[in-house]
Design a protein around this ligand. Sequence first.
Ligand code: ADP
Length: 497
Amino acid sequence: MTAVQSDSETGVLAGDERMLIDGELQSTASGALFDVINPATEEVAGQATDGVVADMERAVGAARRAFDTTDWSRDVQFRYHCLIQLRDALVEEKERLRRIIVTEVGTPIATTHMIQLEYPITEAGYWPEFGKSFDYWRDTGVHESIGGQARRILQYDPVGVVGAITPWNCPLYLNIAESLPPLMAGNAVVLKPAQLTPWSGSELGRIVAEKTDIPAGIFNVVLSNANEVGAALTADPRVDMITFTGSTATGRKVLAAAAPTVKKVFLELGGKSAHIVLDDADFATYLPMAAGAACAMSGQSCTLSSRILLPRKRYAEGLHILKATMEAFPYGDPWDPHVYQGPAISETQRQKVLGLIRSGVESGATLITGGGIPDRLPKGFFIEPTLLSDVDPDSQVAQEEIFGPVITVTPYDTEDEAIDIANNSIYGLSGEVSSGDQERALRVAARVRTGTMTVNGGSYFGLTSPLGGYKQSGIGRRNGVHGFEEYLEIKTIGLPV
Ligand code: ADP
């Protein structure tokens, strides 16, 4: 892990209040603002403009016009030039963005060096290169056809106007991951960031407006405290596609709203992933990693393996290691460079997590450690790292996504039983298998119905490899060629031989 560069750079920082519509940084007509709360202190850190449906309609109109009337969709070199400008500007503004992320998300500064900041900046450099070398026009040669032969060409076209709706857990990363692939593919984008973390969106809008040649209307950011503004984006007939990351509950609404106009959708939704720890696994290596992962983003990660399945014959040993790691995990003030777990994002989120922990205990689970609000941190939405054992796989706490620093542990007797428990979920985003025998671990991983798997600590995560969900964890894949093609239509052209 990289050390924090300079202590003098630390301290809360408010982001830009304005949204970006049709190339203009602006506030909503009424001047209404909403508060941005610092989750580590519960104090108001600043404000953001509280956009309304009319603002969203203007942004969609601007995106439609810009897509239909500019050369953006056809000029790959120009897109490359603009997105490299954006990447360079993000690098320039990195330390400002770091402080904003710590302020509005409560992410420990030590962990901003990963998914919250350094990774998305790397991603901002990846898409321009990827899109520049992508083959948008492919002569696929001669094919058999009904009654003869034909030469076929595949033309890859942008989908059109893409609405991007993002959550609060990794806001800069997801704003970039949902905006840059469609932009580089030639689409116009309207981004609606989460209301709890508006600045990771407004700052992106400001940087685009001030430091890039992206034409007016091609990239818009609409801020609002109201869900109806995101809903207006999903229903607007001028929008061709919605890309959404968030809860499965909201994802269902997005899908329903997209149906009347048959929009294309990319959805990355919830998860409830299981880590199958086989009886020959090296517990001392894999269990501390598993416990640390659950705490590191305060559990606010959709791909987290929050259900740990332990072999009954090594159950006590496994629980002991998990408990020791969670009790020693450094959490608290996100500005402290030795801290790796910050607060939950809001009081509502904290109460939801605490309620699920209570429901687990009521359904017969044992609270091994944590379970409450730490006395030493009276301010901020902190939750103690929490370990529940003997969790019934059908109980609410084992079925619902918690999004808190909570691990549920369930014992199993046979490999088949472990796989059944892992698959006993409406979700299928991720998962993990640990074993002393890699071939055995791979056989088990192959039977788990999820879009990504970690085997013996190996990382599936990265820009070149597909990531997405089976079942109710989503539709589509992000990253690499699969992720880029989500934002393209394919036109098949037939020619005589
Ligand atoms: P959470 O409930 O954890 O805040 P959500 O999945 O509801 O997460 O939110 C993710 C994003 O979806 C946010 O940007 C939010 O504003 C937006 N959103 C919420 N409700 C709707 C809706 N009905 N239609 C479109 N977007 C929505």
